[in-house]
Design a protein around this ligand. Structure first.
Ligand code: ATP
Ligand code: MG
Length: 393
């Protein structure tokens, strides 16, 4: 009987990184350690190409698994039993697991699959599976073998020093460990899209910092709190980060007083990009990230995105660009932001919304409209008014 709960953690793509593999694995182990810090007596380490987590039995396994599965780079997790690399010991562990599965899930059929990492072990994998299967049949008489459609598949991972027996492979999100791919500034609104966009870039290893624009007093304090709530949900995956909060109202008022009404939205968006780029550069971000999605609204047509992009030099990552809204919503539900995103609060984009926004803006015409504004002064003033919020999970 093990004194601790043991979890085998498999890395997905991290395993393919050749020479960089140790670096990626180390980053992954560090992330897991960080998320498991709230539990005492937990050990996380690498061994023979796998990551192991050992936790005191007093901790709820579901909670431990919940935390590990939030770590980007984790492909799957298996709670496992550890035993001596000897067939009787493996058989006993397999029986213990089978009994648990009968009790908890009412399984009636099973099959055993075996993998022999230790090629010096005198029995080959298919034979190991057959021997352990026979032991389970003797130990748990209510069970039958079904190799095609079993209620449970029991895996044996036979290694040189110790072996592991497990049933479940709980899927992680995959991706790459956080911190292995630079840092991006996410333009975070209170909508469905931007938190998903931040999450998707972070899943590829990118650290984030955020900027949120409001139009107080046209937008409420509660609307901003909603964005902070969303940011905190994202922080459960990416850890602590900063959010720059900017009052965009003076910019919007200058646009409304000086420029054609139908260009308001696109002009406001260009200012958002400029301000975001300035903040990004000052805070070590190489890129901007938005939740824009081709054709979703007037400001996200091919022409509008081109005009928006023309304001900045930094690359703009738009991870949702080609997704359908239903897929974005599904993702938002999966990561836990959806319920907060749909709460009905006003956004600065809906303040001064033109009746008929241009859908195919021309850059020359937009530049002409902007020539009536002191762009640099407006941007600098907005940045200087920033408020910084520390976002913690
Ligand atoms: P929805 O999910 O309703 O589409 P959205 O946040 O995507 O909400 P859009 O008007 O489509 O709203 O805005 C496109 C992108 O512009 C957002 O994904 C976000 O990156 C950025 N953005 C919009 N409003 C703000 C804001 N108030 N603060 C920061 N970024 C914003
Ligand atoms: Mg959107």
């Amino acid at each position: 009987m093990n004194e601790q709960n043991i979890f085998i953690v498999r890395c997905g793509e991290v395993a393919l990184k050749g020479m960089n593999k140790p670096y990626f694995e180390k980053m992954l182990v560090n992330r897991i350690k960080k998320l498991l810090k709230k539990f005492d007596n937990v050990e996380t380490y690498r061994h023979e190409g796998l990551i192991f987590v050992r936790a005191d039995k007093k901790h709820d396994s579901e909670k431990i698994i919940g935390e590990i599965s939030k770590v980007f780079g984790v492909a799957s997790i298996s709670p496992a039993l550890e035993c001596e690399s000897e067939l009787n010991a493996i058989g006993a562990a397999a029986c213990e697991l089978a009994m648990k599965l009968i009790e908890e899930k009412g399984i009636k059929t099973f099959k055993v699959s075996a993998k022999r990492a230790d090629k010096n072990f005198p029995v080959k994998s298919p034979e190991i599976a057959r021997i352990i299967g026979a032991k389970v049949l003797v130990g748990c008489r209510v069970l039958k073998v079904d190799v095609h459609n079993p209620d449970a598949e029991i895996f044996v991972d036979l290694r040189r020093d110790v072996s592991y027996v497990f049933e479940q492979k709980i899927s992680g999100f995959g991706g790459l460990p956080l911190g292995t791919n630079g840092k991006g500034m996410i333009l975070m609104s209170g909508g469905i899209d931007s938190p998903v966009a931040a999450w998707m870039m972070a899943k590829r290893g990118m650290m984030i910092e955020a900027v949120h624009f409001h139009s107080y007093p046209y937008t409420s304090q509660r609307a901003q709190e909603k964005v902070e709530d969303l940011a905190r949900i994202v922080a459960a995956y990416v850890g602590r980060y900063r959010m720059h909060v900017i009052n965009l109202l003076p910019v919007q008022e200058a646009i409304v007083s000086n420029c054609p009404e139908d260009e308001t939205t696109i002009l406001v968006r260009r200012f958002m990009m400029r301000i975001a780029e300035k903040l990004a550069a000052a805070n070590g971000c190489q890129m901007l990230i938005t939740g824009e999605n081709l054709g979703q609204v007037a400001s996200q047509t091919a022409e509008a995105l081109t005009v928006t992009d023309a304001t900045v030099n930094m690359p703009v990552m738009r991870p949702l660009i080609a997704l359908d809204k239903v897929d974005i919503i599904e993702k938002a539900k999966e990561i836990g932001t959806y319920e907060t995103s749909i709460m009905p609060y006003e956004d600065c984009c809906t303040v001064f919304l033109p009746k008929h926004p241009v859908t195919k803006p021309k850059l020359e015409k937009i530049l002409e409209s902007e020539s009536k504004l002191d762009v640099d002064a407006l941007v600098d003033a907005a940045v200087s008014r920033q408020e910084i919020i520390d976002i913690k999970p």
